[in-house]
Each structure stands twice: as C-alpha cells, then as structure tokens.
Write a protein that binds this ligand. Sequence first.
Ligand code: SF4
Length: 267
Amino acid sequence: MTRFASIISGRRTKWAVVAAWIVLVAILAGPGGKLADETNDQTEGFLPAGAESTRVLNLLGDLQVEHGLTYLFISHDLNVVQHMSDRIIVMYLGVIAEVGNAEEVFRDPRHPYTEALLAANPSMHEDDARIRLQGSVPDPSSPPEGCRFHTRCPVAVAACGWDVSDVLRVLEERGRALEGLRGVERRTPVEGTLAFETEDEAASVVAELLGDRAPAPMRAAAEVIEARGRDVHVRFPAVEEMSVHAVGHGHHTACILHADDAGPASP
Ligand code: SF4
C-alpha cells in the first residue's frame, strides 16, 4: 500500500482510493476470489492517462501474481484489456458476442463487433481497411431480433434476423419522409403493417424498401413487403436470438458467419 500511496497526487485521489479498495477486497477474497471492477475507463475518471495509469495496472498485476488473485475487468479501453487479460468476453447490448483467450481473440477475432472494436484502435490496426460500424446503438430495453448486432453489422446477411423496426429504421436512415405514416401495427416483432395517408405514399415506401438503396440482406430476408391500398405489409421469418458456438478451443462466437467453424465444447 505504501508503494501505491507514493504515486498518488492531487486530483488522482479518486482512482487511487478505488484502486486501493480493489486490491484490499481482492486480497480479502483470497486466491481464486473474483473481483468486479465496474470500470477503468479513463473517460469516467477512474484511471489517469499515461504513465501513472500504467503504473497502477502494473501494480495490480504484481499483486495478482503475489496473492494469486483473479480480476474481472470491465473496460472499453482495448489497450488495458490486452495488457491485463488472460481471457476476454466481448459483450454487445447485454449479450456475449465472443469469448476466448485474450491472445487468440486479439489475433483472430471471430465476431464482426470484436473486429470493429479492434479496428477502431489505431495502435492495433494501422491500415485503412477498417470495419466501420453503421448507425447508432439500439435501445437495450428493446433489442433487435436475431443477432442484436445486425442493425450495425457491415457484413450482415439475410439469416441474421430482420424485423419491423428495421423497416422503419431503414426508411429514416435513407431520409425518407414519414409524415404520411399514420401508425404502425406490430402483430409480432417480425410482422406488421405501416398505415399511410394515401396509396401513393404506401407505393412509394414499398419502392424504397425494394430498391437498391435498401440493405440487400433485409430485402433478401423479407417474406412480404407489399402495398395493399394505403397500407404496407411487411413480414420476415422469425429467427432465434444468436447464441455462442465454439470456433476453437475455448473460443466461442455468436456470429452466424462462423456457424460451420469447427470447435469443441461450450463456454
Ligand atoms: S450474426 Fe454475424 S454477420 Fe450476422 S449480424 Fe450478427 S455479427 Fe453480423
């Protein structure tokens, strides 16, 4: 603790105190005890930037070795994750996207979200052939059907799970005026009716949804996209929520693109 106190200065008190508690609780928990660290995100003020941050992390690493501790780190900082972790769980909208040994996940990610996270870190990927995420994060209280990542996945396919909300999102993203939309009836998440003021508006929306500017996987997935008078009917096949499957020893992903990859056991 004396070593720890020696690097505390002024405004660093907050993270220093939190880190001290982490170590204390971890030691009290004993070897094999789990430690939940809410966040070490620098933007939330826990860790300082630069050398001091590295010193704190190295100190935590030293204590881990000395006392046989197990840390559970939750972080958006991939450099910290890579520095600290033996095993990684990548989560998106509250579910597991990928899990595996740290070295393997960083070297050979098997989920597009993991790839996008790694590609977004310039210290890990310097080329311009990055996976770039589309759109914004959906409401976690009403997650998308099928793969929760499909609304932002640049390599999504028809089988990834499409729903009525995708139709509305696509129309909005294409700048399609929806003033004429009187209401949306969702009979299920994957089947519904968009009611418009006029038949022309309904026909125009169908043309938009079936046109080249709409996502090809969504068009391929649709069982019904058609105008009936002033209504637009849409229906997609129901898809189970993606669950993780093995793609290697201790390596699992929830991406359907790797469904045929060989792998033993469940996590
Ligand atoms: S299952 Fe894979 S390809 Fe499909 S949306 Fe999810 S991450 Fe993308």
